[in-house]
Design a protein around this ligand. Structure first.
Ligand code: ATP
Ligand code: MG
Length: 292
């Protein structure tokens, strides 16, 4: 394990940078390119030898400590805004990812916004109304646990609004996200890609383990019956809305340790890209001594 107290936490063992071991570009959905989700194996660990899970966990731990520092910078500067959009099928690991990747952050500057079935009040407005209220303010990092993408996913699969209506939403969403980017928000969107078999195992686990029973939602079985429709909806939504400045990443997520590693890398590399520094110290403090 590298020295977590070292002055420069970006450096790992033998001065090798902590981040950059995973080429996150490999997971990035190219703007305007077709996305074949079937060709992305959720079980795969393309950047890590699966027999060396312990080393990957060590690397994730180091990355998460770097996230702690980067988030502190974000909060201290109070200038940038960061939005992380997390989408997945039920039991896809959104909660687990949030718990692990952000294990060290300062809750004062971080917020999770969960988007559930819209309330009557929310349904009385356009679908972006509730979303816009939750976007990050200066210095904040906000994680969307589900998001406005539900309005082109579940809404499409369950036929909640006509196609002519949801189809226009791809353009609204691109424009909405561009607005946020233009006004200073950094956006990353992550799809945790699990297989249908993995979902079965995780749902079964929720039934079998008493301490997990509370997580079991019979409604998930209904959604599960629409698996292939969801995959088609995800693929098209990602194709239509992955842009240079608001990219989608498709992360193989059957193996939780690998998912955490890739998501932590995406976060670290995105935050490093902001090249943040601590705000300047007030003038004339050198040598200042606090009086008794
Ligand atoms: P958990 O992992 O704890 O089950 P969850 O994100 O699945 O978390 P739930 O309350 O179980 O949370 O489910 C939220 C449900 O709300 C999902 O089925 C989701 O598709 C649905 N939902 C979210 N946004 C919308 C929307 N705009 N229109 C219709 N349904 C929506
Ligand atoms: Mg649920």
């Amino acid at each position: 394990m590298f020295d977590i107290c070292s002055a420069d936490r970006r450096l790992g063992p033998r001065d090798r940078p902590i981040f950059g071991w995973v080429d996150i570009d490999d997971y990035r959905a190219r703007p305007g390119k077709k996305l074949a989700l079937d060709d992305i194996d959720p079980q795969a660990t393309p950047h890590w030898n699966p027999s060396d899970r312990a080393a990957a966990e060590e690397r994730s731990a180091a990355l998460n400590l770097r996230i702690e520092v980067l988030q502190e910078l974000l909060w201290a500067q109070g200038k940038e805004r960061v939005l992380v959009v997390l989408q997945a099928m039920d039991a896809g690991g959104k909660d687990g990812t949030i718990k692990r990747v952000f294990e060290h952050v300062n809750p004062s500057g971080v917020r999770v916004a969960s988007f559930k079935k819209p309330s009557d009040l929310e349904l009385d407005h356009d679908y972006l109304w509730r979303v816009h209220q939750q976007v990050p303010a200066n210095g904040e990092l906000v994680i969307f646990n589900r998001s406005h993408y539900e309005d082109v996913l579940i809404v499409r699969v369950l036929d909640l609004v006509p196609e002519a209506m949801w189809r226009k939403r791809y353009r609204h969403i691109r424009d909405f996200e561009q607005l946020l980017v233009d006004e200073g928000t950094t956006i990353v969107k992550i799809f945790l890609h699990i297989s249908k078999e993995e979902q079965r195992d995780r749902l079964q686990d929720r039934l079998d383990r008493p301490e997990k029973n509370w997580k079991f939602d019979p409604g998930d079985l209904v959604q599960r019956q629409h698996w292939s429709d969801y995959m088609a909806a995800f693929a098209e939504a990602i194709e239509e809305t992955s842009t240079e400045r608001a990219p989608w990443y498709v992360v193989p997520a059957n193996r939780k340790w690998y998912r955490d590693l890739v998501v932590s890398e995406i976060l670290v590399q995105t935050l490093e890209g902001l090249q943040m520094t601590f705000p300047p110290a007030p003038p004339d403090i050198a040598g200042m001594v606090i009086p008794d």
